[in-house]
Write a protein that binds this ligand. Structure first.
Ligand SMILES: [Zn+2]
Length: 204
């Protein structure tokens, strides 16, 4: 009896150290945005499109891992999309960043994406001839990519993810360049670190 109890507690201890499934909570605050580039303000339906595309972008980045993207505001790792610069100034005294993240070792993390910053980027980097729908899709990808980068800081708070110089990577990408909105991105230097940190998805 005593032996089997010891064995049971040993297996619990071991499994606690192994990588576990991870939940990434992602949600958007209500936002309003207007630009001469698109004319009428962004609608609630378009916000839903932005949310869906951003979520797909995050899920695709982590598709090799046992990671689920939810809207859970109490998730261990979480990102909120905040509406505008002025909120950031009020909260943090600075307002030129596209995103930020805080991580506490062993306690997950939280962060934010600055909607206005990324929306302005989508207006600038979407070709002039492109449709309004193309701008909205670019904005969704841009939001997703900033969120991925900030999730990465939460997941790997001690790793130098900024050492990547590859603008087509999630680590080295920036919402200040066109690659933040168009084309495909991939993992660069962070992949082996993520392999260590996250559980691989079981494939059928
Ligand atoms: Zn960063």
């Amino acid at each position: 009896m005593r032996i089997s109890l010891a064995a049971a507690s040993l297996s619990i201890a071991l499994s606690a150290c192994a990588p576990r499934p991870v939940e990434l909570g992602f949600w958007m605050q209500p936002v309003s945005f207007q630009s001469p580039r698109i004319g009428e303000p962004i609608t609630a339906e378009e916000c839903a499109v932005i949310d869906r595309i951003a979520r797909q972008e995050i899920a695709a980045a982590f598709e090799d891992f046992d990671v689920t993207v939810t809207a859970n505001r109490n998730a261990y790792y979480k990102i909120e999309v905040a509406p505008a610069l002025k909120d950031w100034r009020r909260l943090r005294g600075t307002g030129t960043q596209a995103g930020e993240a805080r991580a506490v070792a062993g306690f997950g993390g939280s962060g934010a994406v600055n909607f206005e910053y990324v929306a302005n980027g989508a207006m600038v980097f979407t070709p002039e001839y492109a449709s309004r729908a193309t701008v909205i899709e670019a904005l969704g990808r841009g939001i997703g990519r900033v969120a991925i980068h900030e999730f990465l800081h939460q997941l790997l708070p001690k790793h130098p993810v900024h050492d990547s110089r590859d603008v087509h990577s999630y680590e080295g990408n920036s919402p200040a360049v066109v690659e933040g909105y168009f084309g495909q991105l991939h993992w660069d230097i962070a992949r082996p670190w993520l392999e260590e940190k996250l559980k691989r998805k079981q494939r059928e």
